[in-house]
Design a protein around this ligand. Structure first.
Ligand code: SF4
Length: 317
């Protein structure tokens, strides 16, 4: 199966709107060409610096622009982070992601501390990912030298809808940081959030943007909005889980070799809906009670779910 970066909007739209059985069939063909259909990677995401972010992402409880009741916490110490990673590993996670509520990384003691965290997690032989906001080229290089596997920087939504969700940065800023990550030889984790009031055409446009990145992001998280009290999206309309299924299947067809991650919002999905997302080509989930600041299924609940579905956690980093 050939990897393509030239999907047209029309082709993507036609794929997205295929009848669900055909869409899932096509997604399965793509999935099985590159992945084992019974395997799911378990990842853990830890908030290493919480709250007080100067950005105004309308979905985020950590933005200083809104009062979502999330207490601010300073940067964690590297030993505690390494302990959390060790625990995640013992619960089956092979990838450990660290998130800091920053607009951008500033050089200095905080960044040095993050580098120490990266070295500590890398020493556990896990995939190490960070999401720290915008990065310069030299910061990306230093993260790579410290052992960083992946950098998460989501496009969030379509370029057309972006301004309705975030006004403190532009789409170009995101693409620039992704370029720096690539140049440093770090793999890219980049996806979006559904259920923020965007249209199907916005979802198709987001998928087009992702599919045109060359190479494709190795990791594509598809999040379902978890509405947070106090944020502008607190009363967003609930998303039909089949929209997640369509978006995941389309992402799988467009970017067949990537890991497609069923990320935030999984607690709002039934086990049957999650199974459909796996059928659509999702092959990674985040485990552990918290996803940054939002509730998430526990590791034991996820092991039970995988056993029920006859699936298993991916081994090794
Ligand atoms: S940049 Fe990240 S932490 Fe800051 S408001 Fe946006 S999503 Fe939240």
């Amino acid at each position: 199966m050939r990897i393509r970066h030239d999907w047209s909007r029309d082709e993507i739209r036609k794929t997205y709107w295929l009848p669900i059985p055909e869409l899932i069939f096509q997604a399965q063909l793509a999935h099985r060409a590159f992945h084992r259909p019974e395997e799911v990677q378990l990842c853990r995401l830890l908030s290493i610096k919480t709250g007080g972010c100067p950005e105004d992402c309308a979905y985020c409880s950590q933005s200083a622009h809104y009062d979502a009741g999330v207490p601010r916490e300073t940067l964690m110490n590297p030993q505690d982070v390494q302990r959390a990673a060790q625990r995640a590993k013992s619960e089956g996670a092979t990838r450990f992601c660290m998130g800091a509520a920053w607009r951008q990384v500033s050089d200095g003691k905080d960044f040095d501390r993050v580098l120490e965290m990266v070295r500590g997690v890398a020493a556990l032989d896990m995939e190490v990912c960070c999401t720290l906001g915008m990065l310069t080229e030299s910061q990306a290089r230093r993260l790579k030298e410290a052992g960083l596997t992946a950098y998460n920087h989501n496009l969030d939504t379509s370029p057309e809808f972006y301004g309705q969700i975030i006004t403190t940065r532009v789409y170009e800023d995101r693409l620039r940081t992704i370029g720096h990550v690539r140049k440093a030889g770090i793999t890219v984790c980049c996806g979006g959030i559904l259920g923020m009031g965007e249209s199907d055409e916005d979802r198709i446009s987001l998928l087009e943007q992702l599919s045109r990145l060359d190479p494709h992001p190795e990791s594509v998280p598809i999040n379902m909005l978890v509405p947070n009290e106090g944020t502008p999206l607190a009363n967003a309309e609930e998303l039909d889980p089949l929209v997640m299924v369509r978006a995941i299947a389309t992402a799988r067809i467009l970017m067949p070799a990537s890991r497609v991650r069923l990320a935030a919002g999984r607690r709002g999905l039934s086990q049957e809906a999650v199974a459909l997302c796996f059928l659509a080509g999702a092959n990674s989930i985040f485990t552990g009670e918290k996803l940054l600041t939002t509730p998430n299924p526990s590791a034991s609940a996820d092991h039970e779910m995988l056993a029920t579905l006859g699936m298993r956690a991916m081994q090794g980093a």
